[in-house]
Design a protein around this ligand. Structure first.
Ligand code: FAD
Length: 418
């Protein structure tokens, strides 16, 4: 009987899970890999999975300095959507959203994708104009977007304060019904198990501390577990992008900032969708366990500290309570934070670097979880072929020197961007 069947699970629970096997191996590093991916977050693991699954490569390693999924992948507020105005952004994120819709089947691992709707509230005429423009742009690319009236919003989320005297009066909203949430840890674990089963070595507690050079090309990495050679190397370290690229002498247009989130005690279902706003610095959703998850802005200064500060927390909670006053009696049970890599136009960087054999995937700001499958798919293509995928071509590092930035205050800075 399979250990994944209901009876197998019950038997495992009763006998102390005696015969359960680890879901992935714990290999020693080899001396050389065709491709090394630095960073065992969702993006790095997805990249390794698609390198093996789609491109047929087998001699691949993911090097992770801590434990897989212990970075931003395990710290985010799990929002998944593709409601961006600019085509380069919505095409990439929509490619990802379509992958989310089948990801549990693809990985044979329940990532608990929950398309409960992503609702962006408008509080002024200007907000509503911007939401209408964004919705029109999305629909032109075949992506679902619906502009809701005030009454429709009130019907969908009855606990919102819809009074005219509200601190932040609500005029309407843009709904992407296919947006929602997914279980973040499961995404890392599902990709890890899938990659491992295709022969990828996932090496934890292995920090990259430098690069090995042959002339102007990198041909390996120095790590806390020794030197490892590589044909190509992909950086995929989120909040540490600037630091790791710096080891190869690159200075990135990225600053690392702390972003925090909070969750209340669990309650019965009361918030249906993921509520964001066009103007405020807070967003709210209800987790599958019932806790109300609050997110806000990042700290306003660069930092590698994985803890937030009360000022940002207070602001996000005050705004959340103004939107949904009945949350005021709930107890906040946990806060946490992660280090995000904020690019200067708020959009990611995926592709080649000026260093031969070295590639970069970073700058996801605080919006990269939703991109995990698309990021992995397109970065795998780039690492396998040494050239951009058509969806990541606009996100090249050299766009900053060419003046081709993709600035929507979009995946990055400012409200409505998680
Ligand atoms: P990570 O999961 O951070 O993986 C990078 C890994 O690299 C880490 O495990 C780290 O240990 C490792 N590493 C670093 N340096 C080295 C080294 N030298 N050697 C080896 N390994 C190294 N995005 C959304 O789309 N929706 C949201 O709702 C959302 N909410 C967020 C809320 C918070 C509080 C935070 C912090 C982020 C949020 N994000 C959200 C952003 C999202 O979490 C990230 O963009 C995304 O998870 C990045 O994935 P990753 O795999 O690149 O990074």
């Amino acid at each position: 009987m399979s250990r994944y069947s209901a009876l197998g699970l019950l038997r495992g629970a009763l006998n102390g899970q005696k015969h359960w096997q680890p879901a992935w191996r714990d290999p020693e590093p080899k001396s050389h890999y065709d491709i090394i991916v630095i960073g065992g977050g969702g993006h790095g693991l997805a990249t390794a999975y698609y390198l093996a699954k789609v491109h047929g490569l087998r001699n691949i390693a993911v090097l992770e300095k801590g434990w897989i999924g212990g970075g931003n992948t395990g710290r985010n507020t799990t929002i998944v959507r593709s409601n961006y105005r600019q085509p380069a952004l919505h095409n990439l994120f929509e490619f990802g959203l379509k992958m989310w819709e089948h990801l549990s089947d693809e990985l044979n691992y329940n990532v608990m994708f929950s398309p409960r709707g992503s609702l962006t509230l408008g509080h002024s005429d200007a907000d509503m104009t911007m939401l209408a423009q964004r919705g029109d742009a999305m629909r032109c690319s075949g992506i679902d977007a619906e502009l809701l009236t005030r009454d429709q919003v009130a019907k969908m989320e009855p606990l919102l304060d819809m009074s005219r005297e509200a601190r932040f009066p609500i005029q309407g909203a843009l709904l992407q019904g296919r947006g929602g949430t997914a279980r973040h840890d499961a995404v890392a674990w599902g990709y890890a198990r899938g990659a491992d089963s295709l022969g990828v070595d996932i090496i934890q507690k292995c920090e990259v501390t430098g690069f090995v050079w042959d002339g102007k090309a990198v041909v390996g990495v120095e790590t806390t577990r020794g030197r490892i050679g590589a044909g190509r190397i992909g950086i995929c370290v989120a909040g540490h992008s600037g630091h790791v690229a710096g080891l190869a002498g690159l200075k990135l247009p990225i600053e690392s900032q702390t972003l925090q989130a909070m969750v209340t005690e669990g309650v019965k279902p009361m918030i249906k969708s993921v509520i964001q706003t066009q103007s405020l610095h807070c967003y709210i959703s209800q987790s599958d366990k019932g806790g109300i998850v609050f997110g806000g802005d990042p700290d306003n200064w660069p930092s590698y500290a994985q803890r937030g500060n009360p000022m940002i927390m207070e602001g996000a909670i005050a705004q959340g309570l103004a939107l949904v006053p009945s949350l005021s009696r709930l107890r906040m049970v946990r806060t946490w934070s992660g280090v995000t890599d904020m690019s200067f136009d708020g959009s990611p960087i995926i592709g080649e670097t000026p260093v031969q054999n070295l590639f970069l995937n970073g700058g996801w700001c605080y919006g990269g979880f939703k991109a995990t499958p698309a990021s992995g798919w397109t970065y795998a293509y780039t690492l396998a072929n040494g050239k951009p995928h058509k969806l990541n071509a606009p996100f090249a590092l050299d766009r900053f020197e060419k003046g081709a930035t993709i600035d929507e205050t979009g995946t990055g800075p400012m409200p409505n961007s998680r």
